[in-house]
Design a protein around this ligand. Structure first.
Ligand code: NAD
Ligand code: IPM
Ligand code: MN
Length: 357
């Protein structure tokens, strides 16, 4: 995954719906970063998504994995999901396929309030909403194991298996503690539903306690996930690092996105430390907004910043985040967070700010 000195090679997969709209703007931000840093970012786009799937029957092409692993340093992804593919087959092949097959076991979702006016909680300040959720990304209820018996009859049975491995749980829990240790965070909270899922989440409990014992300076706490949802709304400042399972992490991070201004503001990375990783906003393809120049591109632009940080362009990442913060302060925003601009105009303002500063 090493690039020529100073160069970054990014595979861009805009996907469907507003994924296309917002990714055009995070690409602008990456180009502006490169221009102002005097470095090169080589971007190559791939048209994987519903349109191609419906036209050709191909979701993720054969050989895509090897091509990505050999030719790129990271993947910038938009979103997948289209009402013309009701079973979501292409999304499972492309997005879940890449998460599973690249073994991107860390879903890193930072929740950071960039301006008080974006938080729906009364009186909340910037310090109140600043935490990270680590969602297990390769197991749990997402493995699509299960089946139907007597399908379509009144006696139908349907099962969905929640698969949790010792290795899988341990590596995400360890990642959360390592992150805390290396980012001066002193608290890690694990959320599960061990009071009901007495097998799978008992494993999470045991692993969490064992791993926590190795990190003396870090306070390890536990909440049942239903209580976590309550606490996130009542007092988000109590959280620094949250670690949880795949499905719970999916749900909790939409809720947490609400604390920072909504899905339009939320960034994420699907990471295997040291290997090719994939970065995407938390939101989906929002089909009703697609192509209308209304989607908020900030989540995707902050995702590009996360990608840069992951690849060691720390200063450039910080500057992209600063430019987004500036746009929020100046009210250069889309309607979802109170502005009057379109997707492209927000993207242009942020890219120009990046070039100028
Ligand atoms: P969604 O995230 O697409 O949209 C939910 C709502 O959030 C929208 O109606 C809109 O009000 C708001 N929103 C989301 N992104 C926004 C943005 N950038 N700017 C302004 N507002 C924004 O979720 P959904 O409607 O449940 O799902 C739509 C499709 O997306 C489905 O096919 C779903 O499977 C898919 N999906 C994909 C991903 C992904 O690719 N990572 C994530 C979630 C959902
Ligand atoms: C997300 C999305 C995906 C998930 C869907 C589209 C498969 O909601 O990235 O949060 O559930 O992981
Ligand atoms: Mn989700």
């Amino acid at each position: 995954m090493s690039a020529p000195a100073g160069d970054l090679r990014i595979a861009v997969v805009p996907g469907d719906g507003i994924g296309v709209d917002v990714t055009a703007e995070s690409v602008k931000a990456l180009e502006a970063v490169a221009a102002s840093a005097g470095r090169h970012v080589r971007l190559q786009a791939f048209d994987w998504g519903a349109e191609t799937y419906l036209r050709t029957g191909v979701s993720l092409p054969d050989g895509a994995l090897k091509m990505l692993q050999e030719g790129f340093d990271a993947i910038l992804f938009g979103a997948v999901g289209d009402p013309r593919v009701p079973d979501n087959k292409h999304a499972a092949d492309i997005l879940l396929g890449l998460r599973f097959r690249l073994d991107l076991y860390v879903n890193h979702r930072p929740i950071k309030l960039l301006h008080e006016k974006l938080c729906p909680l009364k009186g909340a300040g910037l310090a109140d909403v600043d935490f990270v959720v680590f969602r297990e990304n390769t197991e749990g209820l997402y493995v699509m194991m299960g089946g139907n018996f007597k399908k379509g009859t009144p006696d139908e049975v349907a099962t969905e298996i929640d698969l949790n491995t010792r290795k899988g749980v341990e590596r995400i829990v360890r990642h959360a503690f390592e992150y805390a240790r290396t980012h001066a965070r002193t608290r890690v909270c694990m959320a599960d539903k061990a009071n009901v899922l007495i097998h799978a989440h008992d494993l999470w409990q045991r692993v969490f306690k064992e791993v926590a014992a190795e990190y003396a300076g870090i306070e390890a706490t536990h909440l049942y996930v239903d209580n976590l949802c309550l606490q996130l709304v009542r007092k988000p400042s109590q959280f620094q690092v949250i670690v949880t399972s795949n499905m719970f992490g999916d749900i909790v991070t939409d809720l947490a996105a609400g604390l920072q201004g909504g899905l339009g503001m939320a960034a994420s990375g699907n990471v295997h430390p040291g290997r090719l990783s994939l970065f995407e906003p938390v939101h989906g393809s929002a089909p009703p907004f697609a192509g209308k120049n209304v989607a908020n591109p900030m989540g995707s632009i902050l995702t590009a910043a996360l990608l840069l940080e992951h690849l060691g362009w720390t200063e450039e990442a910080r500057r992209v985040e600063d430019a987004v913060r500036w746009a929020v302060q100046e009210g250069r925003t889309t309607a979802d967070i109170g502005g009057t601009l379109g997707t492209r105009e927000v993207g242009d303002a942020i890219a120009q700010r990046r070039r100028a500063s």
